[in-house]
Design a protein around this ligand. Sequence first.
Ligand SMILES: OC[C@H]1O[C@H](O[C@H]2O[C@H](CO)[C@@H](O)[C@H](O)[C@H]2O)[C@H](O)[C@@H](O)[C@@H]1O
Length: 550
Amino acid sequence: VVLPPPCDSEIFCHGDLLRTIQTAKLFDDDKHFVDMKLKSNPDIVLSSFNNLTHGAPNMTVPPSRLREFLSAHFEEPGKEFLSWSPPDWHDKPQFLDGIADADLRSWAEKLHHLWKSLGRKISEDVSAHPEQYSLIFTPHPVIVPGGRFRELYYWDSYWVINGLLLSEMTDTARGMIQNFLYLVNRYGFIPNGGRVYYERRSQPPFLSLMVESYYQTTKDREFVRTALPALEKEYLFWMQNRSVMVEVDGRKHVLNHYDVQVGQPRPESFTDDLELAEGLTEDAAERLWTELKAGAESGWDFSSRWFVDGQGQNSGSLRDTRTSQLLPTDLNALLCRNERTLAHFYRTLGDETAAARFDKALSARLEAVEAVLWNEERGVWLDYSLVTNTSRPAFYPSNLAPLWAVCYSQDSMGQKALHYLQASGGVGFANGVPTSLVGSGQQWDYPNAWPPLQHMLIQGLSSLPSDEAKKLGFDLAQSWIRTNWLAYIKYDAMFEKYDVNGDGKPGGGGEYEVQLGFGWTNGVALQLLAQYGDRLTSNSIPDGSLYSTV
Ligand SMILES: OC[C@H]1O[C@H](O[C@H]2O[C@H](CO)[C@@H](O)[C@H](O)[C@H]2O)[C@H](O)[C@@H](O)[C@@H]1O
């Protein structure tokens, strides 16, 4: 089977030009080239490239000639944006008043200011001449993550939007959601990010939850009414293209996985993917590249969580990435929340028939999650391997995602999951909960701690009725805020991820340098400061009495 390339562009997604420039390693980061703008029509650029390589021995062109070619035909990245400051930004949104600690309050004000530097408006020229850009046009301005991430990202935007809503920037938040609705209508789903090289894979589906956050703040039913057809379309995409049937104890269940049937190396990490596949057959290399893209679709790119070795076990290395062979707890918890939210939206608008359809989907999901992902012996939800037809026992914060999504039918499961977490070895760190307990060198592994995972865990714990769970939720919030704050004091920056060791240290590992900015980090910090602002302090360390490690 010949798989499609990441997109049709013969410059940004596949072909000799892309391969020649990327393998010449003219830039530190492969994303640099694919973010450059063409100065003229792609046909002109391609024909000039053909002239350059024509007659060159083995098509090798000296780096100096390639650089000349690039400066003749391309502009530096970032030229597609207009300077833009969100017009709905204003001083002193109300939530700041609820932050008791003076240092944290003044820091929160600075974080609130950061929306101005992360705001981007796309030039109309991108809409008039899309063939000259890798950037995908969206009609409304966006808040970007920051650093090398110059464009919108799908799941990051959920925490950004929640932060914007606290900052009372409802117009900016609505515009970002409208961009996603526009993308669903154009592609049938939401691409990983706002570049053509991301257009054949998605990211964790948070759009319905974005609309829910917006509705909770504004009570704008009309907005929900206009959004619903796209929300339903996106849900269908996941059910039609990312679902599998699994049989457990003689009963069949439908659950979801990440799966990207797109070949060739990721253009933005071209040489990483090429080098990783060295020595593999053509088929094995194509297979590996689909699985890496599925890893990117999960948002966890990359992690030992997706490694499946020759025996089907959870060991190996990046080359053993088999994302599509696993049924992830967090994706299924998220879809469970999507189903509940969609039922609620339809009911709010008086469409009982459609609401009942989603009630039914939710019941089927709950049954499937409990039959396949819930592990009674360990008292928690675990990813399920389609290779071995068994649960994967390793600790990840995502094991607790059904708690966050309230995707369980018996209260006792919540309490058991709390005890699992306390004994997991994941909450014994002063600076946040690590992504796993395995130091694979990948960025979604130990010792890195990521903002969205902290937030989901804390929300899940705070939703439980027990004081013990609420206290652990608060302690984790206190540790996380302290880590972010200490790193801010030291580096004058917010990072995309942090290290659970040391005092306020950015994370590392993976295929690019840690990035500053940073959209979801700021969104999560603002949410925790709003939720626990009366109790959080800039200098306290949780007592650790609830922590126990294995
Ligand atoms: O260029 C490598 C990869 O970078 C992105 O992934 C990471 O950053 C995203 C933006 O903050 C975030 O959503 C993701 O969870 C991170 O792992 C990108 O999303 C990948 O597709 C890309 O290959």
